[in-house]
Design a protein around this ligand. Structure first.
Ligand code: PGA
Length: 249
C-alpha cells in the first residue's frame, strides 16, 4: 500500500509564501507512489486548491470548530473548510491540546463535525514526557483514542488517520526508537480491535510524527504497522520535503 506523507505547516507561510512553495514543489513533482497531504494555514487553502487542481495531493486544514456555524467569532466551520478545498483536517494536535486546552471531549466533537461535513480526519495522539517516564504511554493512548472516537460507526474509521506523535518528540529533534513506535502502534490497533473489530484494527491507517527529517524518514515510514509519516518543520522547505517523500517511496 502507498505510504502516506503528511506535511504540517503549522502557523507558517503567508499565502504568497505558500504560492512560492507550491511553484517549487510542483516543478519537481512526479507521480509519487505516496499519498501526499499538505496541512496548510486557512489563508492558503483556496490558493492550494487552485494550484493543486488535478494533482494527486490532498489539502488539509489544521483545526476545525466543534460547533456548527453560529455566533463564534474567530472560529472556522467544517463547511467553510470543505468549501475552501480541504478534504482533511488535523484534530487533536498536541499544540492545540496544550496551548488551547482542547480536551478529548472537544476533540470528539471536532471529529464528528469534520466527518459530518465530508472531511477526513488526521487524529493526533501521543504521550507527554511525564507519561513516558511513569510508564503511562499505552494508557494515555488508550484514553485519547477511546474518547476521541466515542460514538463513531466502524465505517467512519475509513476516513480517519491516526497520527502517533509523542509530545516530547515534536519539534525537539528527539525521536523514540522504532521498537517503541512499533509497540505504540500495536497498542493503538489493539484499542481499535477492542472497541470496533479486528478488521477495523487492521485497516485503520496509522502514521508516525515527531522530528522527522530526510535521514530518519525511511526508518520511521517502514516500521511494522505504520502507514506513513507526518512531517512538521522539515516540510517547510520544498526541497527537504521532497527528499523526505523520495526516501519513503
Ligand atoms: P516536527 O513536528 O516534525 O517539527 O517535530 C511534527 C508535528 O508537530 O506534527
Amino acid at each position: 500500500m502507498a505510504k502516506i506523507v503528511i506535511a504540517n505547516f503549522k502557523m507558517n507561510k503567508t499565502e504568497s509564501e505558500t504560492k512560492d512553495y507550491l511553484i517549487s514543489f510542483l516543478s519537481k513533482f512526479e507521480d509519487y507512489k505516496a499519498e501526499l497531504i499538505l496541512a496548510l494555514p486557512y489563508t492558503s487553502l483556496s490558493l492550494a486548491k487552485f494550484m493543486l487542481e488535478g494533482r494527486a495531493v490532498a489539502i488539509s486544514a489544521q483545526n476545525i470548530s466543534e460547533d456548527d456555524e453560529k455566533g463564534a467569532t474567530g472560529e472556522i466551520s467544517g463547511r467553510m473548510l470543505a468549501g475552501s478545498g480541504a478534504s482533511y483536517v488535523i484534530v487533536g494536535h498536541s499544540e492545540r491540546r496544550t496551548k488551547f486546552k482542547e480536551n478529548n471531549k472537544v476533540i470528539n466533537q471536532k471529529i464528528k463535525n469534520g466527518l459530518k461535513n465530508g472531511l477526513s480526519i488526521i487524529l493526533c495522539v501521543g504521550e507527554s514526557l511525564a507519561d513516558r517516564n511513569t510508564m503511562k504511554t499505552l494508557a494515555t493512548l488508550k484514553v485519547q483514542i477511546e474518547e476521541a472516537l466515542k460514538g463513531l460507526y466502524e465505517n467512519e474509521l475509513e476516513n480517519i488517520i491516526i497520527a502517533y506523535e509523542p509530545v516530547w518528540a515534536i519539534g525537539s529533534g528527539k525521536t523514540p526508537s522504532p521498537k517503541d513506535v512499533e509497540l505504540a502502534v500495536k497498542s493503538i490497533r489493539k484499542v481499535i480491535e477492542e472497541d470496533f473489530s479486528p478488521k477495523a484494527s487492521e485497516q485503520i491507517r496509522v502514521v508516525y510524527g515527531g522530528s522527522i527529517n530526510p535521514k530518519n524518514a525511511q526508518k520511521f515510514a517502514s516500521i511494522s504497522g505504520i502507514n506513513g509519516i507526518l512531517v512538521g518543520s522539515a516540510s517547510l522547505d520544498p526541497n527537504i520535503f521532497m527528499q523526505i517523500i523520495n526516501a519513503c517511496v
